[in-house]
Design a protein around this ligand. Structure first.
Ligand SMILES: Cc1ncc(COP(=O)(O)O)c(C=O)c1O
Length: 284
């Protein structure tokens, strides 16, 4: 049986429910964290907790009591699921409020924790095709761009959809000034003259937990890393482009353009084959 934790109580997933009057559902009014479970324990939990508390403070959502016991809570859930390597998701919304409208009346925050098995980080970075998104921009003026809040993700989905339609796996997203900000679900890094460079949070980057770890430890690994604003010109001359998050660790990005998708003919043939198989699996 699969389990989750709602407001501090373990429940079978099949019996778990959140109200349709919850503002997480109706207004994307909340924050979340995706946390790597490594050898049965939550990796870098303090950094996740700090970012979550910061995000909740930005949205003026009071931290629920479950945050004080999150470490034990996650451990209980992982033990119940017998999870060694995986990803946990902690989701906090402002809570249930039946009245219509944006204003809130001190609802009690809802907290949900789910977790599932996921492969450990690979020994070599996965290679992903990526394009520079044209469909949307990241709003570096919004305080929400500095949090992992539910409301920012539909924009990331637009960029991902654009990438997928061009045969790519990921997108580089620019901010309103045209500077590079991030990828769909990760921090962006360029290797420029041997130095790892990642955009500042002020340019619309999420303060990623992996990003923070790299910036703190790169020197000890014999690497130079810095935070600086990044342009398309720098992207064109970068010797490597990669992205980081706790889910995949490091993914190497190979740039394509929407006009020159990597293999338009083979992609067309594959799409036609898939459509044929879907339409009538028995015919040849
Ligand atoms: C837009 C964005 N940037 C960066 C990250 C990386 O954050 P972390 O390293 O904490 O996984 C994520 C993770 O989901 C993200 O969605």
């Amino acid at each position: 049986m699969t389990w989750c934790s709602i407001d501090g109580t373990l429940r079978p997933l099949s019996a778990a429910a959140v109200s349709i009057s919850d503002r997480g559902w109706s207004l994307a009014d909340g924050c979340f964290e995706t946390i790597r479970v490594h050898a049965g324990r939550a990796l870098w939990l303090d950094a996740h907790l700090a970012r979550l508390r910061q995000g909740l403070a930005t949205l003026a959502i009071p931290a629920p009591p479950t945050l004080a016991t999150l470490s034990a809570e996650l451990r209980r859930l992982c033990d119940r699921l017998e999870l060694r390597d995986g990803l946990a998701r902690v989701q906090i919304s402002r809570g249930v409020q039946a009245q219509r409208g944006l204003a809130w009346h001190a609802p009690t925050p809802t907290s949900v924790i789910t977790a599932a098995a996921a492969a450990p980080w690979p020994s070599a970075p996965a290679v992903r095709l990526a394009l520079v998104a044209q469909s949307t921009r990241r709003n570096e003026w919004s305080p929400l761009s500095r949090c992992k809040c539910m409301a920012s993700y539909p924009d990331q989905l637009l960029a991902l959809d654009e990438a997928r339609r061009a045969g790519a796996d990921d997108a580089l997203i620019r901010n309103t000034a045209g500077e590079l900000a991030c990828t769909c679900v990760g921090n962006l890094w360029l290797v420029l003259d041997g130095v790892l460079v990642t955009p500042p949070v002020a340019a619309g980057a999420v303060p990623g937990v992996v990003r923070q770890h790299i910036l703190a430890h790169a020197a000890a690994w014999g690497l130079a890393a810095q935070v600086a604003r990044l342009t398309l010109e720098q992207l064109a001359r970068a010797s490597e482009v990669f992205s980081t998050n706790v889910g995949y660790g490091v993914a190497q990005l190979q740039l394509i353009t929407a006009e020159r998708s990597p293999a338009p003919v083979s992609m067309r043939v594959l799409q036609a084959l898939r459509a044929t198989a879907d339409a009538d699996p028995t015919s040849d």
